[in-house]
Ligand binder design. Structure first.
Ligand code: KG4
Ligand code: ZN
Length: 340
C-alpha cells in the first residue's frame, strides 16, 4: 500500500510517501520537510498568516519532490492523507484542500488524519511496536500523556492545564533575550548553569492526576529575572539550568503518575514512547529513561526527524487507517482544535 502524507499544521511544510506491507510493517520512500523557522525567527514565534502563505507557496513543490524521490506517480497511490488538525487553521486548510484535490483528480481515497494521532502511531512505523503503549507527547503546542490501545483508540491520561512544555521553554528563552526557537537555546545555556541557584516550584508535584502546569514556573523565572539588577550571561545560564531542573522533576513526577494510571486501566504498557520537539532535549531524555526504568517498561524514542513534525507520520497514520477501511469524504473539515 502506497500512501502520500501531507503536514501543514504549524511551521513545517512537509510531504512523504510511505509503503505499508500486508504484515503491517512500513517503509519510508521519501520524507521532505521544509522548516519555515527562518521566516518566523525575526518575529520571535510562528506568525499564522505568514505560515499559511508559505504553505501555499511551498506545498506543491514539496509534494513533487516527495513523489519524485519515492519514484512513483500519482496513479500508483492507494491513498492520500493530510493532517486535518489540530493546528493553525490557515495551514490546515492548505494541506487538507490539496489532499482533497489529489484524491479527486487521481480517484484515490482520502484520509483526514489527526496530527496527534500521527505522533501517537509513529513508533509502529519505526519500531513495529504492538499495542498498548503509553505516549508522552511534548512539543511547542501539545503536552499530553496518552494510552494508545489501538488505531483510533486513545485515552488521554494527562495534559497541560496551561502552557505546553515547549511553549514554556520558548517563553523563558524570549524573556531572557535568547533567540527563537528557544528550547535548544535554553538547553545549551542550562549546560553551563547552576541548577541549584534558584529554587523554582515543581508544579502539581505529588498530585494524583497526571496533568501538567507550566505557567507558574514560567512566572517564577520572570520574577527572579526581574529581581536581578543586571542580567549577566551567567545569570541567564543559572536561570535556564534552574528552570530546566524544575521541568525535569515535574515531568518525571507527572509521567510516573501517568504510567501508574495506565497500568490500573490497561495493564502493563509495551513501552513508554516519547515524541515531539521537547524529546530532543538530552536532559529530558535522561529523565524519561529513569521514569521508564522505575516503571519497569522500555523507553522508545523515534529518531528526532520523526519525533518532530513531518509528512511520514501523517502518511503512516493514513495507511494504518486505510488498512482498516477508515477513509474520509470530501466533506472532511479542517479543525483548529481536535482532541484525540
Ligand atoms: O514537535 P515540534 O518540532 O513542533 C511542534 O511544536 O509541533 O516542537 C517544537 C518545540 C518548540 O517549543 C521547541 O522550543 C521545543 O520543541 N524544543 C526543545 C528542544 N528542542 C526543541 N525544548 C527543549 N529542549 C530542546 N532541546
Ligand atoms: Zn506535532
Amino acid at each position: 500500500m502506497l500512501v502520500l502524507g501531507i503536514e501543514t499544521t504549524c511551521d513545517e511544510t512537509a510531504a512523504a510517501v510511505i509503503e505499508r506491507a500486508p504484515d503491517g510493517s512500513g517503509k519510508i520512500l521519501s520524507n521532505i520537510v521544509w522548516s519555515q523557522v527562518e521566516e518566523h525567527a525575526r518575529f520571535g514565534g510562528v506568525v499564522p498568516e505568514i505560515a499559511a502563505r508559505a504553505h501555499v507557496d511551498l506545498l506543491d513543490g514539496i509534494i513533487d519532490r516527495a513523489m519524485t524521490e519515492a519514484g512513483i506517480d500519482f496513479a500508483q497511490l492507494d491513498g492520500v492523507a493530510a493532517a486535518a488538525g489540530p493546528g493553525l487553521i490557515g495551514g490546515v486548510i492548505v494541506g487538507l484542500t490539496t489532499a482533497k484535490a489529489i484524491a479527486m483528480v487521481h480517484d484515490t481515497p482520502l484520509v483526514a488524519v489527526n496530527h496527534l494521532e500521527a505522533h501517537a502511531l509513529t513508533p509502529r512505523l519505526t519500531d513495529a511496536l504492538e499495542f498498548p503503549y503509553c505516549l508522552f507527547l511534548a512539543s511547542g503546542g501539545h503536552t499530553q500523556i496518552v494510552a494508545v490501545t489501538g488505531v483510533g483508540q486513545y485515552v488521554r491520561l494527562g495534559t497541560t492545564v496551561d502552557d505546553a512544555i515547549g511553549e514554556a521553554f520558548d517563553k523563558v528563552a524570549k524573556m531572557l533575550g535568547l533567540p527563537y526557537p528557544g528550547g535548544p537555546q535554553v538547553e545549551r545555556a542550562a549546560a553551563n548553569g547552576d541548577a541549584a541557584r534558584f529554587a523554582f516550584p515543581r508544579p502539581l508535584q505529588g498530585r494524583p492526576d497526571a496533568n501538567f502546569s507550566l505557567s507558574g514556573l514560567k512566572t517564577a523565572v520572570r520574577n527572579e529575572a526581574s529581581r536581578l539588577a543586571e542580567i549577566t550571561p551567567q545569570d541567564v545560564n543559572d536561570l535556564c539550568a534552574s528552570f530546566q531542573a524544575a521541568v525535569l522533576d515535574s515531568t518525571a513526577d507527572r509521567l510516573s503518575v501517568g504510567l501508574k494510571l495506565f497500568r490500573e486501566q490497561f495493564g502493563a504498557p509495551r513501552a513508554l514512547v516519547a515524541a515531539g520537539g521537547v524529546a530532543a532535549n538530552q536532559a529530558i531524555r535522561g529523565a524519561l529513561h529513569d521514569v521508564a526504568r522505575k516503571a519497569g517498561t522500555q523507553l522508545i524514542m523515534p529518531p528526532p526527524a520523526l519525533c518532530t513534525d513531518n509528512g511520514a507520520m501523517i502518511a503512516w497514520a493514513g495507511a494504518e487507517r486505510l488498512a482498516l477501511g477508515m477513509t474520509d469524504t470530501m466533506e472532511a473539515q479542517p479543525r483548529a482544535r481536535w482532541l484525540l
